[in-house]
Design a protein around this ligand. Sequence first.
Ligand SMILES: [Zn+2]
Ligand SMILES: [Zn+2]
Length: 113
Amino acid sequence: MSTALVPRALLPTQIHPSELTEPVRDAFDALMQRADMAAVGFALSLYKALHREAAALVGIQLPACGELAVCTCQDCICGRIFDACDARFYMDGTVEFVQCPGCSDDHRIYGDD
Ligand SMILES: [Zn+2]
Ligand SMILES: [Zn+2]
């Protein structure tokens, strides 16, 4: 667990979905889906705005890069929401998965390549 204190930062930089209520989780998922669609359409300012909204919704800081990631680690049911700059990606077939720092420290998956 990284509960490192960051001076000046009042909000955590990551959160686990078990700390959120069901409606907040659903609203978060909906925002991230809209952000994904915005990314596909290259609507970058909308994409950033949706990530900002999503971070505010779940009560974490907007990462410096302005982008959130959700852990999709296949080894555990993680789902942690965190700074996309800290994300590790791996491929399983043609599908890209994301590991949060905790997962990649604990049980790093190397994927196909
Ligand atoms: Zn994880
Ligand atoms: Zn994991």
